[in-house]
Design a protein around this ligand. Structure first.
Ligand SMILES: Cc1cc2nc3c(=O)[nH]c(=O)nc-3n(C[C@H](O)[C@H](O)[C@H](O)COP(=O)(O)O)c2cc1C
Length: 229
């Protein structure tokens, strides 16, 4: 988690973030993210098994930082031999098509984006039996104290009201006025939002490497039990 952010740190984060983003995404444009990750990423050392479970990684974004975080999580999962579908939530098929689901949203005015909540409302009954991991991309309440943790946890309340979350991630994002419409720049100024890229790529990758570990292990165990009995 980013702690207090000085101007010098903002500049360092922005430079590091750009480099990391370039490294993760390899210069891909948004269109290519909407396809299966097989097309979007360099092949991992181990090719996905056609029988590997498929994970939907869907995101809601306004200025792109959540999409890039979703791409890094997708890559971490792909390296674990899952098959991945990465796309904006508006373009995602229903959960029935997938074994595991990851949904990420930018946080605006304290809430996930409407299209993310709408997707979950629309498909609420189809999530049954499918482990769900949600992440929020935000800028405030990023500290490691109890009040900050409680406040950022509330960002996912509109989703938590609808579904049980098996995994939750909270990642600091980006505030870049150059990418935002005038009114939002004005709001950012009023809120004294720090300018910069505050994404912690190690934390993002670590989350992608950790989610669904238990769930996929229990699926494997039940297969062994079935095969042995
Ligand atoms: C208009 C506006 C409202 C925002 N509201 C919040 C907020 O309520 N809480 C917060 O922590 N961050 C807030 N942010 C920061 C965003 O969550 C952050 O910039 C995030 O990286 C945006 O994701 P995106 O690039 O995918 O759109 C806001 C940003 C903007 C521009």
């Amino acid at each position: 988690m980013a702690k207090s952010i000085t101007r010098r740190q903002s500049i360092i984060y922005a430079a590091a973030g750009s480099l990391a983003t370039a490294a993760v995404l390899g210069g891909l444009n948004e269109k290519s993210f909407c396809q299966s990750s097989e097309a979007a990423y360099p092949k991992p050392a181990m090719l996905p098994n056609p029988e590997s479970p498929t994970v939907l990684v869907a995101y809601g974004t306004r200025a792109g930082s959540t999409m890039e975080i979703a791409a890094a999580i997708a890559l971490a999962l792909e390296n674990r031999n899952f098959k991945i579908h990465l796309c904006p939530v508006q373009e995602a098929a229903g959960p029935k098509e997938y074994s595991y689901i990851v949904i990420g949203s930018a946080i605006r005015m304290g809430s996930p984006l409407p299209e993310v909540v709408q997707y979950i409302e629309k498909h609420q009954t189809e999530f049954a039996g499918r482990p769900l991991a949600c992440f929020a991309v935000h800028l405030t309440n990023e500290q490691d104290d109890a009040i900050s943790r409680q406040k950022r946890s509330a960002y996912l309340d509109p989703i938590r009201k609808l579904l049980n979350l098996n995994h939750e991630g909270y990642f600091t994002g980006v505030y870049n006025p150059a990418k935002l419409p005038f009114l939002e720049v004005l709001m950012g100024k009023l809120m004294k939002s720090p300018v910069g890229d505050f994404r912690d790529w190690n934390a993002i990758r670590a989350w992608g490497e950790s989610i669904f570990l238990q769930e996929s292990a229990s699926v494997l165990n039940s297969r062994f039990v079935t095969a042995e009995s």
